[in-house]
Write a protein that binds this ligand. Structure first.
Ligand SMILES: Cc1cc2nc3c(=O)[nH]c(=O)nc-3n(C[C@H](O)[C@H](O)[C@H](O)COP(=O)(O)OP(=O)(O)OC[C@H]3O[C@@H](n4cnc5c(N)ncnc54)[C@H](O)[C@@H]3O)c2cc1C
Length: 427
């Protein structure tokens, strides 16, 4: 049986950054397992620029950004296997993988970093009536077809959902010669970054219809058109508002879901809001020695934060492997107290969900999203009745990930099981 100190599942930006950080923290035996034919994950199909502004202070394309991390993986001599699908992980960290050369085989890991990314919500999740004609794609699939495989999915396009992938595909399809008739969004606000609405829709005169949804798809063999209707505050179509659009393609950009089948099967506790694992300050899941980062943990909008988070997971996995024996003893006597982070008043979730102050870094980044659009507001953090952070924000939206930093010095004096509340307050 093969044995590695750290096995990383997924060779996207999260997996690559975790591997580099783990090696720099001293772990020699590291293996990345990637099911695709190359490293880089979803970035390989993101040929637009806008990546790396935080990490490299440069504007790179997705493949360029991924290449910087791939170069470090090669330089550091980190082992990786492509075309290798991980099928199962046990709580004892026994990994079952499969590829053409070896068939099905097992690897024992000392620690595991989950970095499997996310997948797109499909038409099946939407309950749109009509036949199942050709011409309905998730936006990410269309992106892969256009940018990597060299196929055009269609010429007259309607996009449902205004998440970042939908917005970016509106621009890409236009640049490739298609006519994008409209982007429709169920919610009264866009799910994407403000900069993508400006650069991908406004700059090309593509209309964005908020509080609208597709109520019918026409066509039996191939999409021939769709019906769009306005929705009320409960998301129900309003009779009499229907408009017909002639199109041959419908792209769906209706949400991303962390790829958590493996995590669920191995018994990792999942957060019902993010669908990703519940993690502590070290990004360690409820299964000892199994860490998570990137889109498998919670869906990110910027890859720079994926890399930053993954580096922390990789470093902590390296420490876990190094201190294993010591840690087991420590664990039996406990890690000291546990502080839970409670998202409230407009905050939907936080990553991490709980902190062991004795184990945290001096300044820990807490990431979260809000559930609605807030203007001229504050992010407040309370320990009991004491407000320890009160940060002004001109605007907050569900499409943009937020962060605050918690100081170890403020948490170390907390009582066991004390709660830190994060909430949005009006100015
Ligand atoms: C369309 C689109 C546009 C974006 N635009 C921007 C932008 O302009 N700027 C920006 O900063 N960010 C952008 N992002 C976000 C950024 O690309 C992602 O946040 C980032 O790629 C997530 O990294 P990841 O490693 O978590 O996931 P991924 O990149 O998805 O990598 C996960 C990897 O795990 C592998 N994997 C999954 N399951 C298994 C398994 N069982 N066995 C083996 N391997 C497995 C997958 O094949 C994949 O390679 C965009 C994302 C998308 C989708």
């Amino acid at each position: 049986m093969e044995k590695y100190d750290i096995v990383i599942i997924g060779g996207g930006p999260a997996g690559l950054a975790a591997a580099v950080a783990a090696r720099k923290a001293g772990t020699k035996s590291i293996l990345i397992l990637e099911r695709d034919r190359e490293l880089g994950g979803i970035l390989n199909q993101c040929i637009h620029n806008g990546f790396g502004l935080h990490t490299f202070q440069e504007e790179l394309t997705g493949p360029e950004y991924a290449a910087r991390f791939e170069a470090q993986v090669l330089e550091l001599g980190i082992e990786y296997r492509l075309n290798t699908m991980v099928m199962d992980i046990s709580r004892e960290k026994l990994i079952t993988a499969m590829n053409r050369e070896r068939g099905m085989y097992q690897i024992q890991a000392g620690a595991i970093v989950l970095a499997m990314g996310c997948r797109e919500r499909s038409r099946g999740a939407l309950n749109i009536p009509g036949y199942r004609p050709a011409g309905i794609y998730s936006a990410g699939t269309a992106q892969r077809l256009v940018n990597m495989e060299g196929y055009m999915p269609g010429r007259k396009v309607v996009i449902l959902g205004s998440g970042d992938i939908g917005l970016i595909m509106a621009r890409r399809m236009t640049l490739e010669g298609a006519e994008v008739k409209v982007v429709a969004e169920l919610m009264p606000y866009s799910g994407g970054l403000k900069r993508n609405i400006v650069q991908c829709l406004d700059d090309y005169g593509i209309p964005l219809k908020l509080s609208h949804t597709v109520t019918d798809i026409k066509g039996k063999e191939r999409v021939e058109g769709i019906t769009l209707a306005a929705v009320d505050e409960r998301g129900k179509p309003i009779p009499g508002t229907e408009e017909d659009y002639e199109c041959d393609t419908l792209l769906l950009s209706v949400g991303l879901i962390p790829e958590n089948e493996l995590s669920g099967q191995m018994g990792v506790e999942l957060n019902s809001v993010t669908s990703g694992p519940v993690v502590n300050e070290s990004l360690e899941t409820s299964v000892d020695g199994v860490f998570a980062c990137g889109n498998v943990l919670h869906v990110h909008d910027l890859v720079d934060f994926v890399s930053e988070e993954a580096a922390m997971a990789g470093k902590n996995a390296a420490h876990y492997v190094k201190d294993y024996v010591e840690k087991c003893t420590e664990k039996s006597s406990g890690y000291g107290k546990v502080i839970s982070i409670q998202p409230t008043g407009g905050v939907r979730y936080t990553v991490p969900s709980f902190i062991r102050p004795e184990n945290m870094v001096d300044q820990l980044t807490i990431r979260f999203r809000v559930g609605s659009v807030y203007k001229k507001c504050y992010v407040s953090v309370y320990i009991g009745e004491e407000r320890i952070i009160h940060k002004k924000r001109p605007v907050m939206a569900p499409g943009e990930m937020e962060e605050i930093k918690l100081e170890k010095s403020r948490l170390i004096g907390c009582r066991d099981y004390e709660t830190v509340r994060i909430q949005i307050e009006e100015a």
